[in-house]
Write a new protein. Structure first.
Lengths: 364, 358
């Protein structure tokens, strides 16, 4: 019998047989309370049952680590106990966890997926409780990119595999707002146009200042959001091998050439595949300038735990009504903002979009 | 013309009504000390249950099958057997194991996945807990056959639930037991639920006891929450079996007050009203009421017993957790007298892997 008891932190045990997570139904105790061994602490709901979890030992509770309604993985902290008399009494701000792999599948299905070279994260689950079934795996294997053709199924690897996993992990309730920025003045200034990406980055930074709710992280498990003081911008970069999203730090406070240098370095590193993994983590909002590749407006996938992604489409010359009531032909840049409606209101998203558009249209 | 060629009946026996009153004079050997001892065993079994669930909920035991409400069945089995008999249990009989000498610490170890919990010092020939439903019935027939071939005056007791009576293994074991007149007593702990399948959906047979009739021996129903009736029926059946009278089946009518296991939530398939009704038949409350009415049990006795049981269970849980884990190779060490070459190779590889990762 194991005794890996850590008196300070009590973690969610596997309450069933190979369960991954549980939802907090309700707490029976509160922080500061003294509890005794086997006293009920919390009711949690697993895939199988609602059960009461008792206290593993006696002690005073320092902190409840999850709120009612939160879904936490097995092994995550449930309760923190007081250990020393001089314990820190300050507010503890939890870390927002990295997106966990949330795929549920039986061992036999996992083996089948491995045998068929199917990434479970990319499979649409149709089984009970969102579990992946053998048929789901076979369906993906059968309709692979070259399924029915003359090629063989190609298991996803590297960046493509990571993309599939990250996209599957996205859990936002998405809504989008779109508009077009009149960027005619850019072309009037110099015929070669500005570096659109750099211009977009600065506009996103200003829009974040106007609508801070979009520069945030939301963690559904804890029902908590965190607004960020700095804008660390995830920049979607396409390569032949897949999608990369390196992060440009603190884009709101960087000088133009510094930003341009950083941008160039990032793109170079990504294409050379030498970018350190740390530089692809921690974005607070993401920009996808897909315009050069094609497409105008898009509903995009929001990387967890961010709450917004900004898309810029392909600019085109279009007729617009000028201030005198006549018709003019201007360069218009299509803009899309997809936001997580759990954490962002429509009004906040609209304010963001308007600030973005205003900044882009400003002749600066 | 038609002749009736077979006919059968099934008796139901009870001595204590749910409120503890005796509906018939108790057999002679049920004196106050005996009844108090049976009561103490049932309370200890329940205390173990409660602690085991708490340990499972805090990640220190694996899946656990509570016996809440069925303590009388297990305790009666343990109490009616003699030392030389052999118990072949399923997974809700820790009450029987405790009475027969398996320790609380060993039981905790077993449910924590530690093989030493099955290697109990107590009744060395008793079988370990059997999780796969009904699969131990043929083993019990084998044990009983051994007794018969050796001409030993011993009997085996095989316990399983209502769900197991639908399984082929159980029919085969019963058929063998009948055909070869084996000294084997089958105890069906009919707790009305095979996980989420209610007894009425399990079989169209009116009783589970009558399944013995098809195998050529008698079956009876006993109030499974009446430890006196159970002990009485079991003793009679065991005496008969040891004397060469062949097998017998006892269907103990009880009720699973708790979940099937800690991985189950019974409230999803049965309502509180039904469970509440069966709490009124609780075997422990029943015997306590009877003892109290006889003047053989006081409030002080009750408090002393509860305190003692809680302390014993706590100490056993602590001792079990303090034990250093056994090596992974223990997986191989309890099934074969001599390990087959293929498994010996696997064992060696595991020992090596464990050493490499030490």
């Amino acid at each position: 019998m194991m005794d890996d008891r850590d008196d300070a932190v009590f973690r969610l045990p596997d309450l069933g047989e190979g369960l991954q997570e549980a939802e907090i139904v309700g707490w029976h105790v509160s922080a500061g309370e003294h509890v005794v061994t086997d006293q009920p602490l919390v009711s949690v709901e697993t895939d199988k049952a609602v059960v009461e979890v008792p206290s593993p030992h006696s002690g005073r509770i320092k902190r409840l680590c999850a709120e009612a309604g939160a879904v936490i993985p097995v092994g995550a902290p449930l309760v923190e106990f007081e250990t020393a008399p001089a314990a820190d009494t300050g507010t503890v701000v939890g870390e927002v966890a990295a997106a966990p792999a949330r795929v549920r599948a039986a061992p036999a299905v996992r083996k089948l997926a491995a045998d068929l070279g199917v990434d479970l994260a990319a499979v649409t689950a149709t089984g009970p409780g969102g579990t992946v079934t053998g048929d789901d795996v076979r369906a993906v294997a059968a309709t692979g990119e070259n399924g029915g053709g003359d090629g063989d199924d190609e298991p996803l690897r590297g960046p493509r595999r990571a993309m599939a996993a990250n996209m599957a992990a996205a859990d936002a309730v998405r809504a989008s707002v779109t508009d077009r920025a009149d960027v005619e003045s850019w072309y009037a200034l110099d015929s070669g146009g500005q570096d659109v990406t750099e211009r977009l980055i600065r506009a996103v930074a200003r829009a974040c200042a106007a609508a801070p709710a979009l520069n945030a992280w939301y963690e559904a498990g804890r029902g908590a959001r965190r607004l960020h003081a700095t804008v660390d911008l995830g920049l979607a970069v396409n390569t032949d091998e897949g999608l990369f999203v390196p992060v440009l730090r603190d884009v709101a406070n960087r000088a133009a050439d510094d930003l341009r240098a950083g941008l160039d370095a990032l793109k170079r590193d990504v294409r050379a595949r030498t970018i350190p993994p740390a530089e692809m983590r921690g974005a607070t909002i993401t920009l996808s300038n897909f315009g050069p590749l094609g497409g105008r407006h898009a509903v995009m996938v929001i990387p967890r735990p961010q709450v917004a992604i900004v898309g810029a489409g392909r600019a085109g010359r279009e007729p617009v009504a000028d201030s005198a009531g006549g018709i003019a032909v201007h360069w218009l840049l299509p803009l899309s903002v997809t936001f997580d409606h759990r954490a962002v209101t429509g009004a906040e998203a609209a304010a963001f979009l308007m600030a973005l558009k205003d900044d882009l249209e400003r002749n600066a | 013309m038609t002749d009736r060629v077979a006919d059968f009946h099934v008796d139901f026996t009870r001595f204590l009504a749910p409120d503890g009153t005796a509906v018939a004079p108790l057999p002679g050997f049920f004196d106050d000390p005996t009844l108090r001892r049976l009561y103490g065993h049932m309370v200890l079994a329940r205390a173990f249950d409660t602690k085991a669930i708490a340990l499972q909920r805090t990640g220190r035991l694996g899946t656990y099958a509570p016996s809440l409400g069925q303590e009388a069945v297990a305790v009666a089995v343990g109490a009616a057997m003699v030392d030389t008999d052999v118990l072949v249990p399923s997974f809700r009989e820790h009450g029987a194991q405790l009475v027969r000498g398996v320790t609380l610490q060993e039981l905790f170890l077993f449910w924590a996945g530690d093989e030493r919990g099955n290697d109990f010092a107590g009744p060395r020939q008793d079988f370990p807990v059997c999780i796969p439903v009904g699969s131990h019935a043929p083993h019990a027939a084998g044990v009983a056959l051994a007794f018969k071939l050796r001409r030993e005056a011993r009997a085996a007791v095989c316990v399983f639930g209502d769900g197991a009576t639908s399984k082929g293994d159980v029919y085969e074991a019963m058929n063998l037991a009948g055909a070869w007149t084996l000294p084997l007593v089958f105890v069906v702990a009919n707790n009305q639920w095979a996980i989420s399948v209610r007894r009425a959906h399990q079989t169209a047979a009116r009783t589970l006891a009558q399944k013995a009739v098809a195998a050529g021996f008698a079956g009876e129903q006993v109030d499974g929450n009446d430890v006196v009736a159970l002990c009485h029926a079991l003793r009679q059946a065991l005496d008969r079996a040891r004397a060469g009278g062949g097998p017998h089946l006892i269907e103990a009518l009880t009720y699973r007050l708790g979940d099937h296991t800690t991985a189950d939530d019974a409230s999803r398939y049965r309502d509180d009203e039904e469970v509440g009704r069966h709490w009124k038949e609780d075997p422990i409350a029943r015997l306590r009421a009877h003892l109290t009415a006889r003047g053989a049990w006081t409030r002080d006795d009750e408090e002393a017993l509860l305190t003692d049981c809680a302390a014993r269970v706590e100490a056993a849980a602590r001792d079990a957790q303090a034990l250093a884990p056994e090596p992974a190779a223990a997986l191989f060490d309890h099934l074969y007298a001599t390990l087959p070459p293929a498994l010996a190779g696997q064992r060696a590889a595991l020992v090596q892997a464990e050493a490499d990762h030490a």
